[in-house]
Design a protein. Structure first.
Length: 164
């Protein structure tokens, strides 16, 4: 949650800047903001992934160090879940970006699909295929699907909002 909060904080913090430049019709600056945000999110995503991999054992030890079998299972789950950080920020930012452009419907669709439809569908489907690991893969799959939907919306609406 701490890592996802960083993505949410960045997205909320940058939204007023996006809104301002969109309202002022500074489309070159809007393009620049989208590009720079993509770079920042990429750096955050990789850093969070690496930190998650490095801290999987110590954090697991902190919370479940009393049981060796549970510790192994938690550490393994953390390794899998860490892959979601490579995608999570982009979906969160995309939703916020469309909110900042006064396109609440697109923002709501991204959020709804990401948090309810994709996660629920993955949680129901993947454990049947991958047993317990399927639970942890489900968040990764849901984030990948949310990024794909976000990319479709970004490309489809690029001319309307002039950010590409």
């Amino acid at each position: 949650m701490i890592f996802s909060a960083m993505f949410i904080g960045f997205s909320i913090g940058s939204a007023p800047v996006v809104s301002y430049h969109y309202g002022a019709e500074n489309y070159d600056e809007l393009k620049s903001l989208l590009r720079k945000s993509g770079i920042v999110l990429s750096c955050f995503s990789v850093a969070m992934f690496v930190l998650s991999q490095l801290l999987a054992y110590p954090l697991s030890q902190l919370f479940v160090g009393y049981d060796e079998e549970l510790l192994d299972m938690t550490q393994h789950a953390f390794y899998i879940y860490a892959y979601s950080f490579l995608f999570m920020g982009f979906a969160i930012y995309s939703s916020s970006f469309f909110t900042a452009l006064n396109d609440g419907l697109t923002s709501a669709l991204i959020s709804f699909l990401r948090t309810l439809v994709f996660q629920m569908g993955a949680v129901l489907l993947l454990p049947a295929m991958f047993a317990l690991d399927g639970i942890w893969y489900s968040i990764v799959v849901a984030e990948v699907m949310a990024v794909a939907v976000s990319a479709v919306f970004l490309v489809a609406k690029r001319k309307k909002y002039r950010y590409f």
